[in-house]
Design a protein around this ligand. Sequence first.
Ligand code: SF4
Length: 228
Amino acid sequence: MPVKNMTRKQIQTFFERLREQRPHPQTELNYSSPFELLIAVLLSAQATDVSVNKATDKLYPVANTAQAILNLGVDGLKEYIKTIGLYNSKAENVIKTCRILVEQYQGNIPETRKELEALPGVGRKTANVVLNTAFGQPTMAVDTHIFRVGNRTGLAVGKNVLEVEDRLIKVIPKEFIIDAHHWLILHGRYCCIARKPKCGECVVADVCNWPDRFEFGANKAIVVKNLS
Ligand code: SF4
């Protein structure tokens, strides 16, 4: 059965609940500057945040600027990140990116999507995370969790990442747009998980449109009561 799009009222309640649950949502990657965030996100492609944090916890005390990482060189950098998947190509990209940052941006991070996406290893998703998390811009980096939550719940149904991204930007009320990215990721990572979503303990079960949620423990009585 196709999932129905959520109504405006459902979407408002959906985000009010997620906000109540996590008033100050944050990325789980460790960083203390836009540069550290950019490199951490770049390293996190197809790797867990935990594995990236383990590497950057050792790397950043030694080198946390574009010039310092450039000084390490590809081989020096690999020593710090070799526990992360795809570290060979990531090391090459990080060094190339650092060189551009030093030569063209005085070591700073550019604040536009176009400039960010021109950096080696930086795609739309990474650019969106940096724009949103480091610079507070209302962007939406759709990862596997957000794609699933959007489609499953009826919040933002789309065939591909870009469709879901566009829909989310369109339907999310302004008051939630800055933090929505984190709320959705964390909800997808810890509650609305891929195989066995925890609908029985989900704070938005009554406004979710996924038809199968009752099989996964959502309480029918509460759903009916709250929606009526
Ligand atoms: S009720 Fe289930 S499917 Fe709906 S948002 Fe919650 S966990 Fe996800």
